[in-house]
Design a protein around this ligand. Structure first.
Ligand code: BGP
Length: 463
């Protein structure tokens, strides 16, 4: 045993309401529920979120399995479309309140720390149809109201909150690269929605503090997928391109979350290119004054960047790619099922970046993981999936994280995506990420080899 982690380290896993619960008894549809209803062919094997992993019905036994594999903390998200019956007045849905109370109480009874996130790509579709979703300041205010309601109802027991999961992915999916409904391609609208998401997070944090949740042991964060930007070479052009990608994809949310400001050079670019967001001083002050207590960092893959070689195609109007191209680095290690590069060293770079440039704020790895297709072929005679590749993947990342902790970064936990195989956006159940497998036909849930391994890691607080 040579990698021991700090005392009370979180060994856990993360999921989200829309990906695990199933749509049972929800008063509203989120953008993915709606998209599946109108275009099921956009989803792998036409499997939608209707049942997902059935967490709505099986949360008790599911959480007991998490306990069995030694997890001491668990993140999920509360669905706006489940908790709130009237999106304007914020009148609650009784069954939604019952359900989230039951989940929280079950976690606590098992000694599992619940981490509750408020938005995981699941905008109520009505708010898109009526107001253009995150482009609207009214939607920002409705989100803050929903957040306040959640704090009022649950903050007596939930002490760890997050406002958003991966806001940049909402921008990429909804406004740039067409992988979230409504698949708009519009850089200017993307920029406005980005500001509004940062504002919505700050307004929710303000509600949290106005209610005194922070005086009650509560802490609030936002969860960002950091994709450290590595330039192709040390040339000035490549470095410049990489810095711009970093500002757009990482710092646009990381800076306001921790420092309450946006990267100046990015704002300069938006102004110069006539895509700058609309905002006022009062809103900027809210962002300034309501930064996070801690950060959740989802890390899956780095970003390899080079200066533009082919002229930028203006067909779609302004896009961040005006300033860089993706670099397909030869010889990189890759997860072929997801197409994502595997680069555990970046965990250390993230750790040092937070230590040196982000006030050494407390943070945890809120997602990391490896999605693999066709895992059932690794089943042994006892029916256990032998996912040694996942154990290797986690170990590699934890080693670099540990090195970061030794160098003084303030990291207090590691959550795998995900505890039990869950539904994913367009990929549905194609790639499996869990410590626990889900047989879609029999609905049986079985601990994988990695789950048994995690139990030991958690017991020993290291490996
Ligand atoms: C993260 C999301 C999760 C999850 C995960 C795996 O970006 O926060 O919701 O889905 O990625 O990605 P995917 O499901 O697309 O393979």
């Amino acid at each position: 045993m040579n990698k021991i982690f700090p005392k009370d380290f979180w060994w856990g896993a993360a999921t989200s309401g829309p990906q695990c619960e199933g749509r049972f008894n929800k008063p509203h549809k989120n953008v993915f529920d709606y998209w599946f209803d109108i275009e099921p062919n956009k989803f792998f094997n036409e499997v939608g979120p209707n049942v997902a992993s059935n967490f709505y019905n099986s949360y008790e036994s599911d959480l007991e399995m998490l306990k069995e594999i030694g997890l001491n903390s668990f993140r999920t998200s509360m669905q706006w479309t489940r908790l709130i019956k009237d999106l304007e007045t914020c009148e609650v849905d009784k069954d939604g309140v019952r359900f989230y109370n039951a989940v929280i109480d079950k976690c606590l009874s098992l000694g599992i720390t619940p981490v509750m996130n408020l938005h995981h790509f699941d905008l109520p579709v009505e708010l898109y149809e009526k107001y253009n979703g995150w482009e609207s300041k009214h939607v920002v205010d409705l989100f803050a109201k929903f957040a306040r309601k959640a704090f009022e109802l649950f903050s007596d027991r939930v002490k760890h909150w997050a406002t958003f999961n991966e806001p940049i992915v909402i921008i990429e999916g909804q406004y740039l690269y067409k992988h979230h409904y409504p698949c708009v391609v519009n850089g200017k609208r993307a920029v406005q929605a980005s500001y509004n998401l940062a504002l919505a997070s700050a307004k929710a944090i303000k509600e949290f503090r106005d209610l005194g949740c922070d005086k009650n042991g509560g802490k609030i964060s936002t969860i960002l997928n950091l994709t450290p930007s590595y330039p192709r070479s040390n040339s000035e052009e490549d470095i410049k391109a990489s810095n711009i990608a970093d500002m757009f994809f990482n710092r646009m949310f990381l800076d306001p979350a921790v420092h309450g400001t946006f990267p100046e050079k990015l704002v300069e670019i938006f102004k110069k290119d006539n895509v700058m967001w609309e905002c006022n001083e009062e809103e900027n002050n809210i962002i300034k004054e309501n930064t996070v207590d801690y950060l959740g960092v989802n890390y899956y893959q780095p970003s390899r960047i080079m200066a533009r070689e082919i002229e930028f195609d203006k067909i779609n109007g302004w896009m961040p790619e005006k300033y860089f191209e993706r670099y397909d680095m030869p010889g990189k290690r890759i997860n072929p099922h997801r197409g994502w590069e595997i680069y555990p060293e970046a965990m250390y770079d993230v750790a040092i970046n937070i230590r040196d440039n982000y006030k050494n704020i407390p943070w945890y790895v809120s997602e990391n993981g490896m999605g693999v297709e066709g895992e059932s072929k690794f089943k042994n005679a006892e029916g256990i999936i032998e996912d040694d590749y996942r154990i290797e993947f986690i170990t590699d990342h934890l080693k670099w994280l540990h090195k970061g902790i030794e160098a003084g970064t303030n990291c207090f936990g590691y959550h795998l995506w995900t505890p039990i195989d869950c539904w994913s956006w367009n990929n549905a159940y194609k790639n499996r990420y869990g410590f626990i497998s889900l047989d879609l036909e029999t609905k049986e849930k079985t601990i994988k080899k990695s789950g048994h391994w995690m139990k030991e890691v958690s017991k020993n607080n290291g490996f």
